[in-house]
Design a protein around this ligand. Structure first.
Ligand code: AMP
Ligand code: ZN
Length: 466
C-alpha cells in the first residue's frame, strides 16, 4: 500500500517512502502554552493524529516529536513585541513556569478528550537551552549570524535561496516588509536566533552574548536534530507557519549543517469561524470546554474536522458542530446495532469497502472521502458483526473511540437527571479526584437508593436508571 502525501516544499503530491526502512520520523510544531489552545489549534493537532494513524495503519512505526513552546515566542512571529509567556505571567501574577505547567496540562487534557495519540517524544523548549545555544553558535561560526545591540540575527542574504517554502521571492518580501523595528538588522527578513534579555525579563540564560534567551524558531531546529537527526521524513504545522516559522527553521538548519531538515513539509489550512478569522476582539476564539458547555463533545469536533480536507479552509459554526454531534451519536448507534447483528454480509462487499477506505486515507489523508465509505457501511441495512468489526478497524485511523460507543451514549443520557442526583454526582466526582474512595462508594450507594447506578469507565462516569 502506498501513501501519497502533499508536500509544501515541492508543491506536489507524491508517493511517500521513509528514509529509514519502516520507521517514519516526524516533527510537529506544538503549542505555545501561554493560554488555552483553541479549536483552530486543535484542527492542526487532529490532522497530526490522522497522519500518525494513517501511517500506522499502513504498518509503519513512528518516531514523532512535538515541542512545547514555553519561551521565546514573541507576540508577533516576526520578532516583535513581548514574550507571550512572560506577558501571560505578568497578567496572571504567576511565574512563566507556572503558566507553562498549567496550560500544558490543560492542552493534554483536551488532546486526550480528542483521542489524539501522544507523539513518542514531547520536548519542552526550556529543557533544551544547551542544544539551542550550541545550534546558535554553529550558525554564527558558519558566518550566518551577526550580533546587534539587542539580538543575534540570522542573515538571510547569506543563503543560496530564501524563502524556499513560499512562492514569493526575496525582492517581493523586501518590498512587502513592514516598517522595521530594529534598524541594526541587515535585511528586513533577518530574524533573531538569540535575544538579549531586557533587565526585567524572567527567563534568561548565560550565553556568549550575556544573559539572553532563544528566538522561537530555534527550538524546533535544535530539538528536531537532537531526536530525529539532521534529515527526517515529515514536518507538520499550520499554514501560518509557512512564511515565517518554517522558512526560518529551514534557514537555521542550512546555516548550521547545510540541509533542509525534513523531506515532506505538511501544512493544515485554517479553521475559520462564521466565515471569518478567529479573533479575541470578535469573541469567537472557542476552546474545547466551551464546545462541551454547548453539548458538543471533543470527539464530535474531531468528526466535524473530517467534513473538509486538511488543505482546505474549514468554517466552524455551532450548527455545523451540533450536526456532527448528532452524526457521531448516529455512528455510535449504528456500530452497536451491527455489533449485535446476527446477519451475514457479503465478504466481497466488505473487501471493496476496505479497499476504497484505504485508497481515500492513503491519498493525502482524504478523510471526507473516507467518511463517505464509513457512512455507507454504518447505514447498511444488513446488521452484521463483520460490519462492526470493519468500522472498528477504520477507527484505527479515525480515532473516534468507537469501541466505547455504549459508554458515550449512556453518558449523554445523564443530562436528563434530577438536580439532586446531579449534585450527588458532582460530589462523587470531587471525592474521586481527591481519592476519597470511601466517600465515593457511599455516594454511589446513595445514588442507588435514588434509583441510579453509576459506573466508572474509560469515557468517564456513566449513569443508568435502574
Ligand atoms: P501556536 O500555539 O500559536 O504556536 O499554534 C499552534 C498550532 O495551531 C500551529 O501549528 C498553528 O499553525 C495552528 N493554528 C493556529 N490557528 C489556527 C487555525 N485557526 N486553524 C488551524 N490551525 C491553526
Ligand atoms: Zn516549530
Amino acid at each position: 500500500m502506498t501513501v501519497k502525501l502533499y508536500n509544501t516544499l515541492t508543491k506536489e503530491k507524491s508517493n511517500f517512502v521513509p528514509l529509514n526502512g519502516n520507521e517514519v520520523r516526524i516533527y510537529s510544531c506544538g503549542p505555545t502554552v501561554y493560554n488555552y489552545a483553541h479549536i483552530g489549534n486543535f484542527r492542526t493537532y487532529v490532522f497530526m493524529d490522522n497522519l500518525r494513524r494513517v501511517l500506522e495503519y499502513n504498518g509503519y512505526t513512528l518516531k514523532h516529536v512535538m515541542n512545547i513552546t514555553d519561551v521565546g515566542h514573541l507576540e508577533s512571529d516576526a520578532d516583535e513585541g513581548e514574550d507571550k509567556m512572560e506577558k501571560a505571567a505578568r497578567k496572571e501574577n504567576k511565574s512563566p513556569y507556572e503558566i507553562a505547567k498549567f496550560y500544558t496540562e490543560a492542552f493534554f487534557k483536551d488532546m486526550d478528550k480528542l483521542n489524539i495519540e501522544r507523539p513518542e517524544i514531547i520536548a519542552k523548549a526550556t529543557e533544551h537551552i544547551p542544544e539551542m545555544l550550541e545550534f546558535a553558535k554553529e550558525i554564527v561560526k558558519n558566518g550566518y549570524g551577526y550580533e546587534t545591540s539587542t539580538a543575534i540575527y540570522f542573515d538571510v542574504s547569506k543563503l543560496d535561496k530564501y524563502p524556499v517554502l513560499s512562492n514569493r521571492n526575496v525582492e517581493d518580501q523586501i518590498a512587502g516588509a513592514r516598517v522595521e523595528v530594529d534598524p541594526e538588522k541587515r535585511n528586513p527578513y533577518d530574524f533573531a536566533i538569540w535575544i538579549k534579555a531586557p533587565e526585567n525579563h524572567i527567563m534568561k540564560w548565560d550565553s556568549p552574548w550575556g544573559l539572553s534567551y532563544p528566538g522561537w524558531h530555534l527550538e524546533c531546529s535544535a530539538m528536531s536534530r537532537k531526536y530525529l537527526g539532521e534529515l527526517f521524513d515529515i514536518h507538520t504545522g499550520g499554514v501560518d507557519h509557512i512564511p515565517t516559522h518554517h522558512e526560518n527553521e529551514i534557514a537555521q538548519s542550512k546555516g548550521a549543517f547545510g540541509k533542509i531538515p525534513a523531506r515532506y513539509w505538511m501544512h493544515v489550512e485554517f479553521l475559520q469561524v462564521d466565515g471569518g478569522k478567529m479573533s479575541k476582539s470578535l469573541g469567537n476564539v472557542y476552546t474545547i470546554s466551551q464546545l462541551e458547555e454547548k453539548g458538543i463533545e471533543a470527539l464530535a469536533y474531531k468528526l466535524f474536522c473530517y467534513t473538509a480536507h486538511y488543505r482546505t479552509k474549514l468554517n466552524f459554526t455551532f450548527e455545523g458542530a451540533l450536526a456532527s454531534q448528532k452524526a457521531l451519536n448516529r455512528l455510535r448507534e449504528s456500530y452497536l446495532k451491527h455489533q449485535k447483528g446476527k446477519d451475514d454480509v457479503n465478504d466481497k462487499f466488505l473487501q471493496e469497502c476496505k479497499e476504497k477506505f484505504i485508497e481515500a486515507v492513503n491519498d493525502d489523508i482524504n478523510l471526507p472521502l473516507a467518511m463517505g465509505i464509513v457512512w455507507e457501511l454504518a447505514r447498511h441495512e444488513v446488521k452484521s458483526k463483520k460490519i462492526a468489526d470493519l468500522l472498528l478497524d477504520f477507527d484505527r485511523v479515525l480515532g473516534l473511540d468507537l469501541k466505547n460507543s455504549e459508554d458515550y451514549l449512556n453518558k449523554q443520557k445523564e443530562i436528563d437527571v434530577p438536580e439532586e442526583v446531579k449534585e450527588l454526582i458532582e460530589k462523587r466526582k470531587k471525592a474521586r479526584e481527591n481519592k476519597a474512595w470511601a466517600l465515593s462508594d457511599e455516594i454511589r450507594d446513595e445514588l442507588k437508593e435514588k434509583g441510579y447506578i453509576v459506573k466508572d469507565t474509560k469515557a468517564g462516569m456513566t449513569l443508568e436508571k435502574i
